[in-house]
Design a protein around this ligand. Structure first.
Ligand SMILES: [Zn+2]
Length: 308
């Protein structure tokens, strides 16, 4: 009788080592863009989940208790870095009591270390001044070249943590790189007729996108990154947009449309809700979808408004 009860237990323990050896790497990412790229490189050899949703402002994510449990179980945490997540993620990492994923640990990957970062300040600025970009612009995933660099860092880290699957990660990276290069050509061709088109954006989320696709960002609805619109800044922005004949205002999905609409009314411009992240709007499910969606939205609006 006792033997009958114990036998399944014994079998279960006997199976643990081999099932662990074949287990997928448990990856938690700060944002959905990182998760999307991690899925491209990891395939079924990794299990990926993002903490932030793509329709949330990545600077200000509401921390849920479930995040701590997810971090506790993670083999690897991938962050955007450049202090993008400083307002919400560091205490959760501490609370996870997972030594592997602490900054500097083998299971902690800062994707910005391998990326091309724009707007690195030449003088020291602090968050106390209200600026949420003190270490350069953290929205760097919005250029395909940085997508490639992020993917490369993931390939290396996945292989380091799960060497048995290194060949799979290398092959998947090669395939991603090839598809991305083809897509880049397509994307650049779509926007090429409108090179230099002037836009205003709500938050300073788009410098890498602007450089990649020849878009001229001439101003922001926010007076400074992270600082809400003020009446005096809005008046100055309207005057500047009129002087420069700017017809497009791009707004990230998580911002209030009240001020952008007022600016649009004062300048005869069009407001576009443009997601800077995978998951920012329902149809954008992959890293490729993000550029397909945003560039189509932009080009359609350029044609409609005659923006230049
Ligand atoms: Zn920002």
């Amino acid at each position: 009788m006792i033997q009958n009860i114990l036998l399944p237990l014994v079998l279960a323990f006997a199976l643990v080592p081999s099932s662990q050896a074949n287990a997928a790497l448990n990856v938690i990412t700060a944002t959905e863009d990182l998760a999307a790229i991690a899925r491209e490189i990891g395939g079924d050899k990794v299990k990926v989940e993002s903490l932030a949703r793509g329709y949330q402002d990545p600077h200000f994510v509401e921390a849920k208790p479930s995040f701590v449990l997810k971090l506790h179980r993670a083999d690897l945490l991938i962050v955007i870095g450049r202090e993008l997540e400083i307002g919400w993620l560091p205490p959760l990492i501490t609370q996870s009591r997972n030594a592997k994923i602490q900054p500097g640990g083998q299971g902690y990957l800062d994707a910005s270390l391998n990326a091309h970062i724009l707007e690195i300040p030449t003088v020291q600025i602090t968050r106390a001044m209200g600026d949420v970009h003190p270490l350069g612009n953290p929205h760097y995933w919005l250029s395909p070249e940085n997508g490639r660099r992020i993917a490369q860092a993931m390939k290396q880290k996945f292989s380091e943590l799960q060497p048995a699957d290194a060949a799979v990660f290398a092959a998947r990276y090669g395939d991603f790189d090839k598809r991305l290069a083809a897509a880049e050509q397509r994307w650049k061709a779509i926007i090429a007729p409108y090179t230099g088109v002037k836009v205003v954006t709500y938050h300073n989320s788009w410098p890498n996108f602007a450089v990649a696709f020849g878009i001229n960002v001439v101003g922001f609805v926010e007076p400074k990154p992270g600082i809400p619109p003020s009446p005096s800044h809005t008046i100055a922005l309207i005057q500047d947009m009129k002087r420069q004949n700017v017809k497009l205002i791009l707004v990230e999905p998580y911002f209030d449309l009240k001020t952008p609409k007022r600016v649009a009314a004062g300048t005869d411009a069009q407001v576009l809700v443009m997601p800077p992240s995978v998951g920012g709007v329902e149809p954008v499910k992959t890293y490729f979808d993000l550029f397909d969606y945003d560039l189509k939205l932009l080009v359609d609006a350029i044609k409609q408004t005659g923006a230049r």
